[in-house]
Design a protein. Structure first.
Length: 168
């Protein structure tokens, strides 16, 4: 796979380091196994759903962990002790681990397992401090009137008190 150089973009942006890291990691990642099959869907303006096909796994066999911006869904089949001899075994029971990178302020709101389908619901809750807000434009402070012949003071000019202190 071709490698991309994101350094020109990084030089002209501020705060996008995580996105560049994700793109870099995705371009270098080895193709992952496609098991279990999963779908990602947007269910509302601020809600998402990850659906995984995990036939044969029960709630006790699956772990869902969100740590920061990463969501990891893993499954390990418990030994059932069933010593049946299978003539054909088509239902996969092997362990799995799927990792998802979540955007800022996205968290898991719940998960259900029904008929071999694991549904993980996600919601984006942007805190009030991060939401856009309108900044009111206030009135400027009145400008002091300058009389004819009076010198105009500058920020770096000494005040009359400083001048008299230096003279003393």
């Amino acid at each position: 796979m071709r490698a991309f150089d994101f350094s020109p973009l990084a030089r002209s942006t501020v705060g996008f380091e995580r996105m560049f890291d994700l793109l870099d990691r995705a371009s270098r990642a080895e193709p992952a196994g496609h098991w279990p099959a999963y779908d990602i869907s947007k269910t509302g303006e601020n809600s998402y759903r990850i659906t995984l096909a995990v036939a044969g796994f029960g709630p006790e066999d699956i772990d869902i962990v969100q740590e920061g911006p990463s969501l990891v869904v893993s499954g390990r089949k418990q030994d059932s002790g069933d010593e049946s001899r299978f003539l054909h075994r088509g239902i996969a029971g092997r362990s799995f681990r799927q990792s998802f990178d979540l955007a800022a302020h996205v968290s898991v709101s719940g998960a259900t397992l029904d008929h071999g389908i694991l549904t993980v619901n996600l919601v984006r809750e942007v805190p009030e401090a991060a939401k856009p807000r309108r900044i009111p434009i206030g009135q400027a402070a009145p400008v002091a009137q300058v009389t004819q012949g009076e010198p105009v003071a500058q920020d770096n000019a000494p005040t009359p008190e400083e001048r008299s202190a230096r003279a003393a």
